[in-house]
Design a protein around this ligand. Sequence first.
Ligand code: ASP
Length: 582
Amino acid sequence: MYRTHTCGELRAAHIGQTVTLSGWVQRRRDFGGMTFVDLRDRYGITQLSFNDMIDASLVEQARGLGREFVVQAVGTVLERENKNPNLATGDVEIRVTELRILNGSKTPPFTIEDATDGGEELRMQYRYLDLRRAPIRNNLLLRNRVNLLVRNYLAEHGFADIETPFLIKSTPEGARDFVVPSRVHAGEFYALPQSPQTFKQLLMVGGMDRYYQIVRCFRDEDLRADRQPEFTQIDCEMAFVEQEDILAMFEGMVRSVVKDVHGLELGAFPRMTYADSMRLYGNDKPDIRFGMTFVELTDRAQGAGFPVFDAAELVVGIKVDGAGAYTRKQLDALTDYVKRPQLGMSGMIWMKVDESGVPTSSVNKFFDEAALRGWAEAFGATPGDLVLVLAGAAAKTRKALSELRLHVAESEGLRKPNEFAPLWVLDFPLLEYNEEAERWFAMHHPFTSPKPEDISLLDSDPGAVRANAYDIVLNGNEIGGGSIRIHDRAVQERMFALLGFTPEEAQEQFGFLLNAFEYGAPPHGGIAFGFDRLVALLGGDEVIRDYIAFPKNNAGRDVMIDAPSPIDAKQLTELHLGIKPQ
Ligand code: ASP
């Protein structure tokens, strides 16, 4: 038997017992005739002690142990002289009577401690060592816990876990597909699913009523920090539901997970329309843990002779409570922030209300005290507050102010990781126009149904049609999104036509779905959550990589197994991708 207990299990109640532990050597300390070893496993750390008064040869053996050796120790549980309150097992130690080395270890390339000296690349290359570190291990255990909580919740509500295929048909809508060449069918390819969207809809046509899957999805998108080419969704679909039913069901799911993980009662989730979210926060995933909502000043600010304002499509600002004491240097740094090429603003205007209530600004030349008092009133600014204003083309200015708002909130300590502020964003536009492609694209996906009251606008004013679509946002991150689907062939065909498909193309690519809609498709809708992101947020992080056991790096590579990698000529030929033999 390798062990009677784990390294996280022993307490004062075990004192006097003979136990066997197995684990890894975290640390060894030698003093005079004593040696101490911290033995680690997934469950914790237990101190082993060796005393040469008792057995000098054991001390000798212990002194040969290096970091990460795998050992088995038999001994007696003793009360510790110097108790360690930071360790669950800190009241006791094991006086070792037998020691067996199960396996040696090379010196690890980085320290296996909570705060490691290992850089990102090295940690990824030796991920199995990184996994031994408590922070990463705890993240994966949190992931497992959330997975079980979600499954339990969904099972309790009648959802069935049903697998859908990974080798499917490539379609041009959405992101780029990863494709898999077929060996048997020369010149033909499967695609890996970007999501099980059409399959889960077909499950509804198939009468499965409530489906879910915690499922891997694949998108060959351009690389961005913290984007994984394969990621996991909690994918759900329900038949005979309206938007309200979905919101209630999945708000309940998030509430129950947060309650279980953090002991927090979230209450009813606020709801905001997409239009309000854009107007008040400049984006469709607002962080509502704090205020600083946008105030538009365009009318007020124009006509005073300040060319930047006069030429602007939009003048808009935020109020930072109590930041009136920001120094020139701090304000300059904020100006530089919005002037970065990513945001591309030409500058930033500020106004402060001093302690006696008198406003001053960086544009005093154009705006007298009365005008600035008008601004202060519009923002509800009181003595000691700061107002930051941007001006320019509307979309670009909103985006920049939205980033500035988050940046300021971050430095003001307003983005607290242990605070959870969820909300629903509703009434998304159905379509968005892409200037480059010169056509409409589905904002969510082509299967989302328009709001029935807006269907009449589909031909005359497609951009004004709102969708029965919703996003769930947590702390400024979109954690899920979904929609009520089209279940009528004619409406779906109209949608494809709007997206620039000829009837033949629609039939060729999505005929299976269009046909299915002719055999009694029930009204249905669903949602998918980004599981990696949800878990990371629950763990108090915004980076998903350390919540995935074996993630890809920022360049989309697995540096541990070295993928992607070339394949040999024979394999290429078999897959009909090679150069034909002469
Ligand atoms: N399949 C959609 C997505 O991946 C989610 C949904 O509509 O259920 O974004």
